[in-house]
Design a protein around this ligand. Structure first.
Ligand SMILES: Cc1cc2nc3c(=O)[nH]c(=O)nc-3n(C[C@H](O)[C@H](O)[C@H](O)COP(=O)(O)OP(=O)(O)OC[C@H]3O[C@@H](n4cnc5c(N)ncnc54)[C@H](O)[C@@H]3O)c2cc1C
Length: 472
């Protein structure tokens, strides 16, 4: 193995091959639920170096775990404990290669931090609309590899919808140059879409050409208290009809989730927390290219209609950007508040929006029956039918012990219910190493065989993130 390490050093320089010291930043997942041991962490700075590292790994049959910001929630970027896997960190490949204003595109390297891209776009007068709470650390390569969603999907789609072309290093160490800025290109199989969402198992993304949008002239945010999930879905329908493409965010938050923010972050003001008539709150965002007066009028008209129909029982509209940011901050603090409350069982699920109220009513009741006292932290991107339906131990219970004893059983109850409602067990976080069993259980045998055929075809030696997503 030392010969391979020497080869890596010759390719990327000695300082960029890490084998000792504290490597937890690369060897431990973001939630600290999994800790591995790598053969080495290798940090290339160019596509050529990535290709040469992959060639060396292919020749020796060494498995590679591609990694960006290491914020993924499915343990896809963490090495196993064997000490035989190489973590290939793309963090140094972070250049913005060019912005084409007329084509409304930007070409960036995979290690570019999402927030850096958002800021670069904004400085040039454009919007790059992908937005998620990990944006200060996650990378474009990781966003593409997991097809990340986030808070603007209702208007702009997932990361896949924002990508026009990719540059990829294949499992043989060849470079596929596909960073085209074309919006139309029907020339056979769509390799770009095959790589997006493949979580490092089919190729290593080194660069991408992404879509830009005009910056909205005005952004309005409202926080509405709703009397039920049914009513939240009704409000979503009204918002689609009255705001059209101006609807850019629609988040739902259960009261228990919000009470955790109130408890662990008392400095934040959580609107309508005490309002017993409202078990859920909704955060709505309206972005518009029209004047503020016009947009505000339309936004307030939506809320008036919602009051009249009973879809909303109370609401506030942010007066300025600071207030809007404060409301978003409350929403984005839920995962942290939940972590403060103790270990919990996370489910990132999607169901057709129309069926969500029935799913939640049925599954809440099922869990309460089976595990009396469990607490349900329910929130998410209702506009996309995506819920973070998380389960916390009963009040005052031993969180770690509860997890040990019940995690598998709770997962089975929730994911079987998701399947019954025609949903997905992983809406936006991917499969990684965490949910390989779930994929095998819930995907059809035909779909699994097609996926295995693709994996065998593109990675015949099974060196790219082996054992993640799909076993071959
Ligand atoms: C606080 C928080 C909030 C989050 N919110 C959301 C959310 O709202 N929506 C959402 O979708 N996700 C969310 N996530 C998870 C999300 O998937 C990641 O934040 C992000 O997309 C992963 O990017 P990363 O650079 O950190 O990738 P990593 O964690 O490093 O890797 C993720 C996966 O992609 C692979 N990979 C990474 N880079 C490459 C590459 N260049 N080529 C090939 N494969 C690669 C890895 O092998 C791994 O399988 C959140 C995470 C956190 C911590």
């Amino acid at each position: 193995m030392s010969a391979l390490i020497e080869t890596f050093r010759a390719i990327v320089g000695e300082a960029n091959v890490l084998t000792e010291g504290d490597l937890s930043a690369w060897e431990q997942d973001w939630r600290k639920r999994s800790r591995g041991k790598s053969l080495a962490v290798v940090r290339p700075a160019t596509t050529r170096q990535v290709a040469d590292v992959v060639k060396a790994c292919a020749a020796s049959g060494t498995p590679i775990v591609p990694q960006g910001g290491n914020t993924g929630l499915a343990v896809g970027a963490t090495p196993d404990t064997s000490g035989s896997e190489v973590v290939l960190s793309l963090q140094r490949m972070n250049a913005i290669r060019g912005l084409d204003a007329a084509n409304l595109t930007v070409t960036v390297e995979a290690g570019c931090i999402l927030q850096t891209l958002q800021e670069t776009a904004e400085k040039a007068g454009f919007l790059f609309p992908l937005s998620l709470a990990a944006e200060g650390s996650c990378t474009i390569g990781g966003n593409l590899a997991t097809n990340a969603g986030g808070t603007q999907v209702v208007r702009y789609g997932n990361t896949r919808d924002l990508c026009l072309g990719l540059e990829v290093v294949t499992a043989d160490g060849e470079i596929w140059q596909g960073t085209s800025g074309l919006r139309k290109d029907n020339t056979g199989y769509d390799l770009r879409d095959l790589i997006i969402g493949s979580e490092g198992t089919l190729g290593i993304i080194t660069a991408a050409t992404l879509k830009l949008y005009p910056l909205p002239a005005v952004r309005l945010t409202a926080w509405a208290a709703v009397p039920s999930l049914d009513r939240a879905v009704e409000l979503l329908g009204l918002a689609h009809r009255q705001l059209g493409s101006g609807l850019t965010g629609f988040e739902v938050m259960g009261k228990f989730a919000l009470s955790l923010v109130g408890k662990h972050m008392p400095q934040l003001r959580v609107p309508f927390l005490e309002d017993e008539a409202a078990p859920y709150c909704v955060l709505l965002e309206n972005s518009d290219s029209e004047s503020e007066d016009h947009a505000r009028g339309r936004f307030e008209a939506l809320l008036e209609t919602a009051f009249e129909t009973g879809a909303v029982v109370d609401a506030v509209v942010a007066e300025n950007l600071t207030q809007a940011q404060q409301l978003w901050h409350v929403r984005e603090s839920i995962p942290l508040a939940q972590a403060e409350e103790g270990l919990n069982i996370k489910h990132d699920i999607s169901i057709a929006v129309s069926r969500i109220p029935e799913f939640v009513a049925e599954t809440d009741a099922l869990l309460q029956r089976e595990l009396p006292g469990v607490r349900l932290v329910n929130f998410g991107h209702l506009g996309d039918g995506n819920l973070h339906y998380n389960v916390q131990a009963p009040e005052g219970g031993d969180n770690a012990g509860f997890l040990r004893e019940n995690e598998e059983r709770i997962n089975t109850l929730v994911y079987d219910a998701v399947e019954k409602f025609g949903g997905s067990f992983s809406a936006e976080h991917g499969v990684g190493a965490l949910k390989v069993d779930k994929l095998e259980k819930h995907k059809s045998p035909v779909a699994l065989e097609m996926m295995r055929a693709v994996k065998r075809g593109l990675d015949p030696r099974n060196i790219l993130n082996p054992g993640r997503v799909i076993r071959v």
